[in-house]
Design a protein around this ligand. Structure first.
Ligand code: PLP
Length: 394
């Protein structure tokens, strides 16, 4: 056996001490609060669909938690991004800056809105968009025209910028916000993975015009499927609510719709799960920070490079990431851990390497490529033995 395989086996044994002997998923949902009761109550109420008081209650709870002024719940995080980009004014022919190192949904949503992604490199420590790379791409490739940022080569308007807080790690978002403002670009944060992550005292998702969350089954809290758009702007919030609810104009008797809208409203059946999950989120956060501390300690003891949050930020520790030394190590690591029933997975393939986005512009992406070849995620959920510590606290 190679030294590296022995090292992996030692890690597997340590993970098993915390997570037990069965198959260990990467991050499974936890329903230890009032989820079952609220679901039954919701069914009994008949308000299972896109109208119901728990949708508003869930939105208010997320506002209270994040400090955002307004929230609009949607069917999923991709729909949230799509609606946010429409409200950012993205239309066919526009370009939208984003990361090559992200989950496919970011780029899918840009495409739904008619935009074409332009990929900017990430920082090595945060794995999120690099302000240095963003500024240097904009300086070299754009000009200002009538208050718009225009791509010198294609003539397209660069309408929006969508950075993403990878695995809950907080990117240099204030710097990105400053650059977007200077270049007249609307900032939409993809905060799908960062509910519970803070830059200083400010929750992620509060730095741009809008931000989006995901409540997919693998996230820190889940509504089965679901998403949300956060904004500080009341007019934008109204517009978001309008286009995500089929653009229906209130009328006492008639069906009146004033534009092409979307059926993107979160069903109440999902929202009741959200209410219950928000009640247990603080205790989930503290258990997850203990898991993060466990991996940090293992990193020191066994020589793993466990990626740590940038100074001054707090991560929700959604998925713990380990940076391996080489592409070969990454391959060996993934095969050995998954064969042992300890689920691990690689970071995403770069978006510009996928057929659909292979013709998109990008900068050198040196850091994105380097990370793509080395980053893996390890079991990061709440262990069975800690389920008893998940408490309803709100
Ligand atoms: C970075 C990122 N953006 C967007 C999404 C889309 O969210 P959803 O799966 O709820 O559509 C996800 C999660 O799945 C994500 O990880």
């Amino acid at each position: 056996m190679t030294d590296f395989n022995e090292k992996v086996d030692t890690l597997i044994a340590s993970i098993r001490q915390v997570y037990g002997d069965d198959f260990i998923p990467l991050h499974r949902p936890v329903f230890e609060g009032h989820e079952r009761q609220y679901l039954v109550d919701c069914i009994d109420s008949n308000f299972v669909s896109s109208v119901g008081k728990e949708i508003v209650q869930f939105e208010n709870m997320v506002c209270d938690f994040t400090g955002a002024a307004h929230a609009v719940a949607t069917v999923n995080g991709t729909a949230a991004l799509h609606a946010a980009l429409i409200c950012a004014g993205v239309t066919r022919g526009d370009e939208v800056l984003s990361q090559a190192l992200t989950f496919i949904a970011t780029c899918n949503a840009i495409s739904y809105a008619g935009g074409k992604p332009v990929f900017i490199d990430v920082d090595k420590d945060t794995m999120g968009m690099s302000p240095t790379a963003l500024r240097s791409w904009l300086e070299a490739n754009t000009r200002q025209e009538n208050g718009f940022c225009v791509n010198k080569k294609t003539g397209a308007i660069i309408r929006a910028c969508v950075p993403m807080h990878t695995f809950g790690l907080v990117l240099r978002i204030q710097d990105i916000a400053d650059i977007c403002e200077a270049f007249n670009i609307t900032l939409v944060e993809d905060a799908a993975e960062s509910l519970g992550s803070w830059d200083g005292d400010t929750h992620t998702g509060r730095f741009g015009a809008m931000a989006t969350l995901s409540f997919n089954g693998n996230k820190v809290i889940t509504t089965g499927g679901g998403g949300m758009i956060l904004t500080e702007d009341e007019a934008l919030a109204k517009k978001l609510k309008h286009i995500t609810t089929t653009a229906k104009v209130p009328h006492p008797t008639e069906f009146v719709h004033d534009q092409i809208g979307y059926n993107y409203r979160m069903p109440n059946l999902n929202a009741v799960l959200g209410v219950a999950q928000m009640q247990t989120l603080p205790s989930m956060m503290s258990i997850k920070s203990e898991i993060a501390a466990f991996y940090k300690e293992l990193g020191t003891q066994q020589g793993w490079h466990v990626v740590q949050p940038r100074e001054g930020t707090t991560s929700n520790n959604w998925l713990i990431a380990i940076c391996l030394d080489s592409p070969q190590q990454r391959q060996d690591f993934l095969i050995r851990t998954n064969a042992a029933g300890v689920m691990t997975r690689p970071i995403w393939r770069l978006m510009n390497e996928l057929d659909m986005f292979s013709d998109c512009q990008h900068d050198g992406l040196e850091v994105s490529k380097w990370l793509e070849q080395r980053i893996v995620n390890v079991s990061s959920g709440v262990p069975d033995a800690r389920l008893k510590d998940v408490k309803v606290s709100v």
